[in-house]
Ligand binder design. Sequence first.
Ligand code: PAF
Length: 281
Amino acid sequence: MEIHRTPGSMQKQSQAWKKEGRSIGFVPTMGFLHEGHLSLMDIAARNADLVVVSIFVNPTQFGPTEDLASYPRNLERDLELCQSRGVAAVFTPEPQDMYGPEFQTYVTLEKLPNHLCGLSRPVHFRGVATVVSKLFNMVLPDVAVFGEKDFQQLAVIRQLTQDLNFPVRILGGPIVRESDGLAMSSRNTYLSSGERASALCLSRALEGASRRVKEGEIRADHIRREAEKEISSHPFTEIDYVTLCRPDTLEEVEVISGPTLMALAVKVGKTRLIDNAVLTP
Ligand code: PAF
């Protein structure tokens, strides 16, 4: 497995692979890999000749009071996991090589960030859209795979790929859950055991909502209130949002008349967790 530490060396390798006619499947990550990331690598491997994984904790997508400094890192373990999954190359640049002292060019989307996580994380999607655009230019992927747990991020990336004409096919990978339902996330490592138990409120609220919609409930505010009640009944929880919206535009709905995204963000202790499900009447 190759390890590239600078944008120039990654790009040169990708250009060489392209010249040989080999297609590149790309999985961008911030490291501290778990089964969810590994499942994205498997999807990339099924859709391209070789897989490149990036490991980069991107500073521009963290707000000033967020967890950039404490974000969990374990490069050695990540490299072993990538190797065991047959990854061809890991790209792990330093922040100063991604953002030079005169850096001033950002990618911003006009509409999709004005919902869900974008409301409480105002710079987040600008940072994600910028770094993913830069990574696409360095890794030159044919296919890129992103997790559906970050549903809004996936929507943002699909849109920017279309708007900026990146020749990249974007694929979503289903949410991978622990056996008790908790969606896998690198941030789960922050949870104390009491908080870990409370964190199950997210998947339980989604399961409850899914059941109610299957039983015939179509009023979004009823579904939302029931979910809020479930979440608030667990200690350490503080709701950021419980939203029912259109999966394409992320605009809120009042009536569930077709596949509807239910998205949650909840602080459990100091850890902000997200989860979602598409509810189908
Ligand atoms: O989902 C993530 O891990 C990050 O937001 C991404 C896509 C790697 C960009 O930094």
